[in-house]
Design a protein around this ligand. Sequence first.
Ligand code: URA
Length: 248
Amino acid sequence: MNKTFPSARLDRLLANLGYGTRREVQGLIQSGRVILDGEAETNAAQHVYVKPDLATRMTVSGEPLDPAPGMALMLHKPLGVTCSHKEIGPLVYSLLPERWRRRDPVISTVGRLDKETSGLLLMTDDGALLHRIISPRHHVPKRYQVTLDRPLNGDEIETFAAGGLFLEGDDKPLLPAEMESSSPKQATLTLHEGRYHQVRRMFAAVGNHVTALHRDRIGLLDLPAGLEPGAYRLMTAADIEAVFGAST
Ligand code: URA
């Protein structure tokens, strides 16, 4: 069973999780502050299997170990924060524990939401998972709740469903997208691709303007009702399965 999980030296594992430099974590380990399966592990060179259950078996300075590498989380992105490592101003990464920003591999957003879009955002340090979700080959649909400046003209459902629309500056036509509407200035739009500012540009292409945008579903994974803006939660295997549940 263990053979499917990589092992890592304890000091390297903790340093890569952001607990400090290699030297600093060696100090932590040697002082008996790292407990594994109920006993102090004082050998920094000890190899441990990097399994998802490590956080339930190890504590560091009395706190459960941070999630092992290969983690994914879902965040309720609030308005006004940016999905970037680089830009100035509030970043989604500032919503996570400070130490998590020093992890290697780094935690990245799975695709992006605009600064002024709220809703379900996935983040992971697992590059293969990230690519599986954003790859056009897997057709993971994403659902948006859209508020518009002007009433719908009545043609949008057909126009978007037909596909083939060219957005300004793009050299490839859009894939078909499903739209529903329950009131003149509200729409639910499900996309099967992810282009820059896609929802805003689609409504601009049909003469409207998006005033509020919220993503509430990725694949068959809904933004959990109890997850407040700015809050996050680790994804379970079932959550990840739900992301691919609607894929074709
Ligand atoms: N489409 C947009 O226009 N913005 C987003 O953030 C996501 C999809």
